[in-house]
Design a protein around this ligand. Sequence first.
Ligand code: EPU
Length: 423
Amino acid sequence: MDKFVINGGRPLNGRVEVGGAKNAALAIMPACLLNSGVNKLSNVPEVNDIFTMIKLFKQLGVDGQYDYDNGNLLLDTSHISRFEAPYEHVKKMRASVYVLGPLLARFGKAKVSLPGGCAWGPRPINLHLEAMKKMGASIDIEGGYIVANTSKLKGARIHFDVSSVGATGNALMAATLADGETKISNAAIEPEITSLAQFLVNMGACIEGVGTSTIHIQGKNELNTAFARVIPDRIEAGTLLIAGAITKGKVELVYGAENHIDSVVSKLEDSGLNLFYNNDLISFDANDYEAQSIDVSTSIYPGFPTDMQAQWTALMTLADSTATVTDSIYIDRFKHVPELNRLGANIETNRNSAVIRGVKKLTGAKVMSTDLRASASLVLAGLAAEGTTEVLRIYHLDRGYQRIEEKLKKLGAEIERVPTKEF
Ligand code: EPU
């Protein structure tokens, strides 16, 4: 188990490039299960969740080849012989449940372990299951597994009471091979779902309303193999912007999807940071930046992402007065709060909100990662804190950020990855 040792208090300085989006790749990979042959994906980030998905694919009989030099991933889906996502993979990564729709649609059967809760609380998958049922699948729960069967999925009208990225992805993939037309209303419009829909169209799927909350899909008998370049990671982009801001640095971010993080950059601007946009570059000089306390409330896209809530909380610990950060997507995603308080922050949680009273400085300490974005917030706070911060159990961070320490070092951060043994 590795940890980060950070000597904080150094302004970051320089140019850094954003990598491919984990959550976009995790949606596109299962879509390949809908066809038979070799699919090529590029800009696939080298993060552990991708490798968990590759392991799961191997179990299904998919041949995968990942090129570490350029992030190209080849997935050969012509020899799928098993239809099960076992507990050992699903417990590590909930996105494994994405294989349900494609396997059902192409093979008429799937057995997927129920994911259970996650580090910060319950995360149901009822909407995924209801969508499959609407399309005519039988769903049974046996021994902790979803056992799904169908002779052939049928087009259906699916309305999601709650906008869900994963359920929209699953229903969309399943519908591409169903008999007849499917309408999905209140569909998620997160960029990761739009890029999935575009990939499905490249595979020959017939989809109208890509990028909107009402999607019509005309099912096809089969789909072709296809190519996709994974979109840049909006959460990595937001995290790196905050890394520059919290250290009062001077940073140029190479990020080709600026409009995907409008909600984050506009809050940064509200807090007093002057940002400049030029083609693929977002840049700022935060030398004189004194963050103002700005409230945020997370919501579905294009609102402020829940995946940036912990990082925003870290920024607000050093802001000028009091900010309230509310998470309306995951009401209990606040495991980072007690750890930030160990660094000297003054945060109280109240139901699904954190009230952050800005302090003059943070001071280094040992802190524990509990989940992916919580760990990112601790790294950000550690970069700004005086003295040495140790962020333990960074395997959470490695699930979704590709060697973030290398990017931060390139910007002048003093951060080292140190292997540790826990007894
Ligand atoms: N929900 C239900 N029932 C369902 C599914 C979702 O009630 O069947 C609720 C959830 O409890 C939540 C809301 O709907 O309140 C939205 O959840 P959603 O289904 O959109 O989340 P997800 O698909 O499980 C993805 C990302 C998460 C990100 C959320 C929200 C992937 C692989 N994961 O999860 O990413 O937080 O969307 O944007 O795309 C992360 O990267 O750190 C991460 C957790």
